[in-house]
Design a protein around this ligand. Structure first.
Ligand code: NAD
Length: 281
């Protein structure tokens, strides 16, 4: 049976280190979260982020904007936060209501306060391996979880399923920067199971529940499940058929309790790092 990659425990350790560091700081890291509209999942995510930030001793402020907020109002808020010396990190919770185009607002955030690492400057710095101000939290969390469990990345064949700007693409670049050989797969990939089966490290980030079956996985491969979806009873599911795949994988992440907690921990780590870097500017 596969060994569990326990994201919850790993995140707990990281958060406890951050808390200890923050206790020694006179100026506490500050995170501004912008939530537009009333998407139920986003409301829960934002609440959790706010709660964790406050537990760590950060200053955290959430700006809750109405669903019908205009582009100008959102733009003004972001530009004000860019100028605010008391704000180290800005998080724009996605998705935005349909009339607001996310990329337009991501590009307004000061790259030095871009805690999600989504700004094109930070994406470019990631691509060129030249110290982004922040790295996208979920991909960074996946790498940290592998490293904390002593899973070698260099020289390994990694197959990443999913090619979004938020998860699949940055994760593939991070793995490449760590000397993996990377294959990116997606919804148009032919023979997905055959491609997946060549992976030493298989990472799935699609949101398609039970996509990854036992016959997608090479004996002894490491399997990381980023996906989150809900079944008919509202229960959280990953992309991976956990029970079956556990029989062939060497290591596997559970859902929940795998990548999810690591994402929140990396958000907090990014906030702290931006605060420390901003102090130097
Ligand atoms: P997205 O919808 O932007 O991208 C999904 C990707 O999956 C696309 O590139 C698509 O080509 C690919 N895909 C879809 N169906 C496929 C199929 N049948 N076969 C192969 N590829 C397929 O989503 P995203 O923002 O990248 O998120 C992916 C998943 O990860 C979602 O379930 C999301 O909820 C989850 N997620 C989890 C965390 C976390 O902290 N655990 C963080 C971010 C996203």
């Amino acid at each position: 049976m596969a060994e569990i990659l326990d994201g919850k425990a790993c995140a707990k350790e990281i958060l406890s280190d951050i808390k200890a560091q923050v206790e020694k700081m006179t100026r506490k890291p500050s995170l501004a979260v912008i939530l537009v509209g009333d998407d139920e999942a986003s409301k829960i995510y934002v609440k959790n982020k706010e709660k964790t930030a406050l537990e760590l001793g950060f200053k955290s402020k959430t700006y809750r904007l109405e669903k019908n907020t205009t582009a100008q109002e959102l733009k003004d808020l972001i530009l004000n936060l860019n100028l605010d010396v008391d704000t180290d990190a800005i998080l724009l919770q996605l998705p935005l209501p349909k009339h607001l185009k996310a990329q337009e607002f991501i590009e307004l955030i000061d790259p030095k306060k871009d805690v999600d690492g989504f700004h094109p400057i930070n994406c470019g710095k990631l691509l060129t391996d030249t110290n982004p101000y922040a790295i996208s939290c979920t991909p960074k969390g996946v790498i940290k979880l592998l490293e904390k469990n002593n899973i070698e990345i260099s020289g390994k064949h990694c197959v990443v399923i999913g090619r979004s700007n938020m998860v699949g693409k940055p994760l593939s670049i991070l793995l490449l920067n760590k000397n993996a050989t990377v294959t990116m797969a997606h919804s148009k990939t032919k023979n997905l199971s055959q491609t997946a089966k060549t992976a030493d490290i298989l990472i799935s980030a699609t949101g398609v529940s039970n996509l990854i079956k036992k016959d997608f996985v090479k004996e002894g491969a490491v399997v990381v499940d980023v996906g989150i979806s809900r079944d008919s009873e509202g229960k959280i599911k990953g992309d991976v058929d956990f029970l079956e795949v556990s029989k062939v994988a060497s290591h596997i992440t559970p859902v929940p309790g795998g990548v999810g907690p690591m994402t929140i921990a990396m958000l907090m780590e990014n906030t702290l790092e931006l605060c420390l870097k901003n102090a130097k500017f």
